[in-house]
Design a protein around this ligand. Sequence first.
Ligand code: UT7
Length: 329
Amino acid sequence: MATIKTATGPAYSRLLSVAGVRGNRVVDNAEMCTYIDSSDEWIQQRTGIVERRWVDENQTALSMALEAGVEAIKRAGLQPDEVDAVLIATVSHFKQTPSLAVLVADGLGIQDPAAYDISAACAGFCYGVGQADALVRGGLARNVLVIGVEALSMFIDLADRSTAFLFSDGAGAVVIGPSDEPSIGPTVWGSDGSQAPVIDIHAWDTVDKGDIPKITMEGRAVFKWATTAIAEKTKQALEVAGLAPEDLDVFIPHQANNRITDSMLRHLSLPDDVVIARDITHMGNSSAASIPLAMDALLAEGKAKSGDVALTIGFGAGLVYAGQVLRLP
Ligand code: UT7
């Protein structure tokens, strides 16, 4: 019987770099309150958001992904040709096909990479990290570019005061490649499609020609799920990496709401010196981009450093979630 040779890779993978790009347009709560019946005080109290970033007329999901991707490859010390898989986590791409990933790969000058999009909303980046880790260790790719990118301002319903103030635009990119030491823990992930209606972007065939479908969300239902089931999954991501709260340096939850983060902190009982990402304050909720953007900002501001042990958790529309422990690049 013929023996099939199987792919094998290095024992471990790690993040080699991270880079972020934000929408150029700063929309503060005062401006937001010219669109919806709300107040700066209410938005800050309920979410922690002071301002959010939206694309300007020269930016798109593709342009932000390209910009973040170029920088992440440069910071990894690689040439584009050394990247052999491109994964884009997004729900903002307007086309069913071709994927945003092939456009980004082509724009970056990467020759012949595996390229595909991941539709896992606010968990998309952590899905991508889990995939990239498996691709590298399984021998299917050596260096993987993972980008979480969203231009959600285009999908916001400015007539819906219960969601319009939350969402924002940006791209966060990482390169994941081989490592001599264990640097990415097992990904804890899953989904609950029975809750699909809780966060929804309308189908394209339900809008008038030329219109863009809008986001709807039952905020309270998401809030409850995130602070109960997902807080527990976050704990699991730490446990399956064989770590205790004392081993953590940084906690980077999806930037959905500072009150969700606070509730998770009570559940996790993290030591006081763990650095907590609060990027939402000046960014809003950029879905798949929120975790890598927060990571990049913590490193740039010197609040976290290369080699720190971070815990991530993404959660959102699907409903879906994913998280893992990783060493910062
Ligand atoms: O990234 C994807 C995952 N998404 C999330 O994680 C979002 C999770 N959910 C949330 O973050 C919160 O549910 C929101 C921030 C969206 C809303 O906060 P909340 O504390 O859950 O508010 P609520 O929907 O329970 O509304 C409380 C009150 C209501 O008034 P009554 O019924 O108490 O009189 C709303 O009508 O606040 C009212 N309200 C507002 N008031 C001023 C709702 N939206 C607004 C607003 N400004 N924009």
